[in-house]
Design a protein around this ligand. Structure first.
Ligand SMILES: Nc1ncnc2c1ncn2[C@@H]1O[C@H](COP(=O)(O)OP(=O)(O)O)[C@@H](O)[C@H]1O
Ligand SMILES: [Mg+2]
Length: 351
């Protein structure tokens, strides 16, 4: 169940009630050693399920997980996946609300404003959600802009204001740890040096994601090809060719997971024929794309003109006016204007 964006409190990017159909994909997509997923899930369940009892301890948990590491290593996807899997584990005890915070919704350039917004979020919005659902997971992506390291806050923003906002974050997290001990914060950062030290010291778990090794790269490629094979079944055989997969993986050493997945797309776009019929993808396309690092070589002969490429498009498929005509003028050009409207209003909930 997803709550429409217009009904969301300020600073909240989305609110999902989990477990939900179609939310399994994230957890499954991220290929990391078993130990990593298990540790993460155990940490989450400990707080969500036993937070109240553990809050009696002198060393109480803050219910805070930090996922750190280079961009494209799966932190955000893993955080979302964790919410669904924890919700599956707890489903019989009640639903789990996943609240995604928009860290950029707290501009630090207005005096006192961002401090007030953070305070409202942590002392009103989250407690209100927690009053309605037994389990709450708060996802703060790119937390370095939310809990700015005070010792290095010398940017263009007013440093006093940054201090106050970070203070408000720490205060709010402490209050929630005491009063709502089964609320779990899962945060991510590409830039842990920019996250406030006191915030980090409150984390029950700081997990550092690294770039995939050669074996993992092979598995990511296999997974990516497997996804293509769902749409174009003739590609299934490629996922079973271990020798080729490992040859390709060797070319991708040092790449992050996002880039590895994009390689498969780049391979589909090496040749026009393949782009138009992906079932004709070859190992050669994949290797070539990898050698070009997913990019393009600024080389080759004269490129054909548009009509040389597509000489035989029938006249009746050519539209009359192709200049930016008004969107409401859709009598003549039905498909076109509809296409426009659609892309502008379509809302995806799981991107
Ligand atoms: N270890 C991995 N295994 C499989 N896919 C990965 C991995 N790391 C990244 N990816 C791919 O890259 C995409 C983007 O990752 P993302 O979660 O946005 O990374 P981050 O938040 O670390 O920048 C993921 O959806 C996934 O498809
Ligand atoms: Mg991310």
């Amino acid at each position: 169940m997803d709550i429409p964006r217009s009904a969301l409190p300020p600073g909240v990017l989305s609110l999902h009630i989990l477990p939900a159909e179609h939310h399994d994909r994230d957890w499954d997509a991220i290929i990391v050693p078993r130990e990593v997923k298990e540790r993460l899930l155990a940490q989450a369940l400990l707080v969500l399920q036993h937070g109240r009892k553990l809050s009696m301890l002198a060393g109480l948990p803050h219910g805070l997980i930090v996922l750190a590491g280079p961009p494209g290593t799966g932190k955000t996807t893993m955080a979302r996946g964790l919410a669904q899997v924890a919700a599956l584990a707890l489903a019989r005890q009640g639903a789990t609300a996943l609240v995604e915070i928009n860290p950029h919704a707290f501009p630090s350039d207005m005096l006192g404003e961002s401090q007030r917004n953070v305070t409202r979020l942590l002392t009103e919005t989250i407690p209100e959600i927690a009053a309605r659902r037994p389990h709450v997971i708060v996802l703060i992506d790119e937390v370095e802009s939310f809990a700015v390291r005070r010792s290095s806050a010398s940017f263009d923003a007013n440093p006093v204001d940054v201090h106050r906002a970070t203070d408000a974050v720490l205060l709010g997290i402490d209050e929630i740890a005491k009063n709502l001990p089964s609320v779990l914060f899962v945060t991510t950062t590409n830039f842990i040096e920019a996250v406030d030290e006191a915030f980090l010291s409150r984390a029950d778990l700081v997990m550092t994601f690294s770039l995939p090794d050669r074996e993992t790269i092979g598995k990511i490629l296999e997974h990516a090809l497997g996804e293509l094979a769902v749409q174009w079944p003739s590609l299934q055989a490629m996922t079973e060719d271990a020798a080729k997969l490992s040859e390709l993986a060797a070319l991708c050493e040092g790449w992050d997971g996002l880039r590895i997945r994009k390689l498969v797309l780049a391979a589909l776009a090496q040749r026009l024929d393949v782009a138009r019929d992906p079932s004709t993808l070859s190992w050669d396309d994949l290797m070539t794309a990898a050698r070009k690092k997913g990019g393009v070589e600024w080389a080759g002969g004269r490129a054909p003109t548009s009509r040389e490429l597509f000489p035989d498009v029938p006249k009746e498929l050519m539209h009359d006016h192709d200049h930016g005509h008004a969107l409401h003028d859709d009598q003549h050009d039905h498909d076109h204007s509809h296409g426009h409207r659609h892309t502008h209003t379509h809302q995806k909930d799981e991107v």
